[in-house]
Design a protein around this ligand. Structure first.
Ligand code: ADP
Ligand code: MG
Length: 331
């Protein structure tokens, strides 16, 4: 055993020298999964960097084919088409994603729910909505929502949506999932460092080509281009859910695209939530959930969970933080 110790040290010394090599940073932006993806990798030369970026793009495209509820040929669409009819056998990958999504529904007491998706028949955020849905429409729609009605059978990898008209979609978890999967793929190909940024939901590994940590800037909600705090993201992820991008306005009231599945109404009281954790998938889902749960219940949950941390901006632009985040509140 004793002889093993110097060996480990030698290994690190060599790895240390390896860092001296000149690395370059290669970057590409592309629209994928209906979102803007910024892919950054650190590589020994540009050519290799771009090869890895192409691998990243293929992986995201593959995931989109699996989870898209817009693509009529995806496994997800097949599940939706068979709602109330029969269980659908799916890939192990999709099965596991749905299983994890259901766990997040449980810990967030239903605030996060991939079956919220049947509500997209009444709440539309693409500009096509002219009137607020009626109470009756809302009532009818929430009857189709409920993670407990997503029936999983691990023996056969089948998914069954119990009621006709039910629907699942991965709008609040898919980008994080894709970021994690791309990172896993590139790490397995010995890519030393990178950032996979799906419109603000991002994951990082390694360090910048210069050896410095990747940093993310926390903007002042009142003046978006003023960063008042930089947080290092070391081998970890961040995701943000906000009401500033997609919303509708009725009678002067702003309705966000994040729906509380328990009431059928867009969530109110929070302007944005950022979650920090190792997994981008968890960050993505929890950002949506905490947005719905609100500052008290949401931050209480985050503090209980331990690993994730949160920064929440309420509708008075006041900043609230979970217990592990430390910076001055009043920039
Ligand atoms: P963004 O897509 O802007 O990054 P989110 O990650 O919070 O924001 O995802 C919001 C999307 O998630 C919505 O556009 C919708 O597709 C879906 N969604 C809305 N409400 C819920 C909910 N309660 N549970 C799960 N997904 C939801
Ligand atoms: Mg999300």
């Amino acid at each position: 055993m004793k002889r093993f110790v110097p060996l480990i040290i030698v290994f690190f010394v060599i790895a240390g020298f390896g860092q001296e090599r000149k690395y370059v940073t290669v970057h590409k932006t592309q629209k994928l999964m209906g979102s803007r993806f910024d892919i950054t990798v650190v590589a020994i030369n540009e050519e290799i960097g771009y090869i890895h970026i192409d691998e990243a793009i293929s992986e995201i495209t593959r995931i989109e084919k699996l989870i898209s509820s817009w693509n009529p040929d995806s496994e997800t669409s097949l599940i939706n088409k068979n709602a109330g009819i029969e269980p659908v056998k799916v890939s192990f990958e999709l099965f596991r994603l749905i299983e994890r999504a259901k766990k997040i529904s449980e810990i967030t007491e239903g605030a996060f729910d991939i079956s919220y998706a049947s509500m997209d028949k009444i709440w539309k955020f693409d500009g096509s909505m002219k009137n607020k849905p009626t109470e009756e429409e809302i009532k009818r729609s929430i009857a189709k929502v409920g993670h407990e009605k997503i029936i999983l059978d691990a023996k056969d990898n089948t998914v069954f949506l119990k009621e006709k008209g039910m629907k699942i979609s991965f709008g609040a978890i898919g980008k994080g999932y894709a970021a994690d999967k791309v990172k896993e793929l590139l790490v397995s190909k010995q890519v030393v460092a990178g950032i996979i940024n799906a419109s603000g939901d991002l994951t990082t590994w390694g360090t910048k080509a210069s050896g410095e940590k990747w940093l993310i800037g926390i903007a002042n909600p009142l003046s978006k281009d003023k960063i008042f705090s930089w947080l290092p993201v070391v081998e970890s992820s961040v995701a943000t859910s906000g009401n500033y991008e997609r919303f509708v306005v009725f009678d002067g009231k702003k309705y966000s695209h994040i729906i509380d599945p328990r009431t059928g109404y867009p969530s109110r009281g929070v302007n944005s939530v950022s979650i920090f954790a190792k997994s981008a998938e968890l960050c993505d889902a929890l950002a949506t959930a905490v947005f719905i749960m609100g500052k008290e219940a949401g931050l209480f949950l985050i503090n209980q969970l331990g690993e994730p941390e949160a920064i929440l901006v309420d509708d008075n632009n006041k900043i609230h933080k979970s217990s592990g985040i430390h910076f001055d509140n009043n920039p």
